[in-house]
Write a protein that binds this ligand. Structure first.
Ligand code: MN3
Length: 212
């Protein structure tokens, strides 16, 4: 497959003041584009050229000599979804009823989710991500963090929501205040409609996207 960066689903200034156009221009046009370019370069000759992106991630993650490829493709994938995990006037408690009930059951409701998501995001040492993920085996929702370009897929989980906590995601707008960025992301940016859409689809390993 060829990695192509999709356009942002909103204008560069649409997430102001919580995420500036300057951040989105650098993050989308430079960082995401670089992951695509390097991924396209590094996949040549690996035998994974025809695989799905999920298969490429799972396979290259397990293969030490392909970790360089994994990092680029993982980050490419994470950012494709990251742009969709945000929207103008997003965040807060307004979400699909089924998703809301599941978050209540597994995480203690919105407040429990927010507390864990912000704490795990702040606790991720160095570059990485914080996730709301579904355990493919049990269907249970959980909040986890991961380093660098890793994501729940390589841990047998399905990502429903992810927040980029690499410094490039927030340094222009929040400097070193990662907790303030996480607070703004949860309260003002989350696109719960997209989270609900992924939740409805269920575990990736059970809907044929990746081998169980
Ligand atoms: Mn990033």
């Amino acid at each position: 497959m060829t990695f192509t960066v999709p356009d942002l689903p909103y204008a560069y200034d649409a997430l102001d003041p919580y995420m500036s156009s300057e951040t989105l221009e650098f993050h989308h046009d430079k960082h995401h584009q670089a992951y695509a370019d390097k991924g396209n370069d590094m996949i040549k000759g690996t035998g994974l050229e025809e695989a799905s992106i999920e298969e490429i991630m799972v396979s290259s993650f397990k293969t030490p000599e392909q970790h360089g490829l994994f990092n680029q493709v993982g980050q490419f994938y994470n950012h494709v979804h990251f742009w969709n995990w945000m929207k103008p006037n997003g965040g807060g408690t307004k979400m699909d009823g089924k998703l809301e009930a599941k978050i209540k059951e597994d995480l203690g409701g919105y407040d429990g989710f927010k507390e864990q998501f912000c704490a795990q995001g702040a606790a991720q040492f160095g570059s990485g991500w914080v996730w709301l993920a579904m355990d493919d085996a049990t269907g249970k929702l959980e909040v986890i963090n991961s380093p660098n370009g890793e994501n729940p897929i390589v841990y047998g989980r399905t990502p429903l929501l992810g927040c980029d906590v690499w410094e490039h995601a927030y340094y222009i707008d929040y400097r070193n205040a990662r907790p303030k960025y996480l607070d703004a992301f949860v309260d003002n940016l989350i696109n719960w409609d997209y989270v609900a859409e992924l939740f409805e689809k269920g575990p990736l390993s059970k809907n044929g996207k990746i081998a169980a």
